[in-house]
Write a protein that binds this ligand. Sequence first.
Ligand code: ZN
Length: 514
Amino acid sequence: MLPRLLLAALPFLGLALAQDGSLSGPTTSADAAGYSCDPSKCKLPSCNCASTDPPGGLSPEDVPQFLVFTADDAIQSYTLDSVNQFLAHRKNPNGCPIKMTYYTSLNFTNYTLVTDWYVAGNEIADHTMTHVGTPSADEVNGNLIALNALAGIPLADIKGFRAPFLNYSVDTLKLLAKSGFTYDSSASASLPVTDSGTDAYWPYTLDNGMANDCLAVPGLCKGEPKLPGFWEVPMYATFDTRGVAGVHLMDPWLDTADSNNAVNDTATLNFLKSTFTAHYSAKRQPFGLYTHPIHLSTTYPGVNAPKSTISMINNFLDWAQNQQNVWIVSTEQLLAWVQNPVPVSQLDQFAPLKCSTPQVDQKICNGMPSNEEGLLDHCAFSDFPFYTCYGCPSVEPSPGNPNPSQSTDNGHQARFRLPSNCSTPFWDPINGKCICTSDTCAFQDDSRPIGPNGANLTGGGTGSDTSAEASQSSNPYVPFNGNGAISMSTAAWPALFFSVMAVLVGAFSVIAHS
Ligand SMILES: [Zn+2]
């Protein structure tokens, strides 16, 4: 029999299966959009017109093909296992481990794994506290507060939002801008890039309103809502042989394709490849894999993800990564490049794509599993128990009370929450101390050159056991640093790499110089 926790989660999963992220046709048109934007007035980095052309006037051959990988909903060991089976063994052309974005909702989330995932360099974004569409301010902001208090995610690093069920309104966008979010990623690009009226725009700011979802969300478009400097990162749909009528958005491997009446991995692989190629061979708008990793879990009771589907997705990623200039990224990495686009030949100097390891060997509770062993607090709430470095709350966090007072039952000493002037891997929440007090304890840069004269910019072979196609590629990955092939280990926690994000470096220099 399933434990109570899992039983409680199942109805929620059913809902997500039925409603979270399906599309049935175009969600905009040129008429409905009524969009106009003057690129001579709207300029990067703070303004960008909705356009199918790459930002910064770059020509497509100088533009990386970004593949955005996202996951939604609760973070639990089985969802991270699921993501890891696709990403843990891969690297980008600069030798850095792949980072992705997790749109996190907090019911059933194990907070300590959020910390770990963030400290490993991934982006944590907001998906409401209790997974509701057209959310209230408490649902959106409570999520920020709880992630900061109980997972130690710096508020400045929670930049993005995705609406549960992709169900948002004009007011949702206004709320996000007002709350200081950098971007929303709930809108759909619902027409193929090969259609003349495609809505597959590069990420853009809402200085001149929205140009996506005009037929789907009341009050959107024709210049509304005007939210200067606030970004929309559209979710790019994929299309099977039926073209616009065969549209797929989230978890495309759960859909039937073409005119099949059952799910067919071969058909899915074909339309992922053909859509990717359409992007790659024209204007290189980003390509997205938007997942609910629970559906691909091999460790969650009651979910039996077919091994063939998992292999198919790895085959697709192998195939994509063996092409030149393909980078698998988080949404924040994509957006950092759009705001400051540099040609592919300069990507090895582009900080948001680099990787580095925080140099911490003290045994503190800091989101590095090897350090924090034995130091986690177990918060034994009956419906969703979780672990945290930051002290158990006396009651479960909720939208009305996202940061309850700490429980000090049985003489348990309260823990110190992350202050704004220390970064997560250097914060000791038990002693309330930032251990980074000199510039020698910062980060070790682990990026490698992306190749002589910008050549050979592939992420390379990846070791999935069914990647016959990839291993026959005429353009295999050749390492520059003398290291051998990367071997796959689905159980391996990805190496702990930490992104060189301006805000963290900024936070660090405050400490280093004070
Ligand atoms: Zn969701």
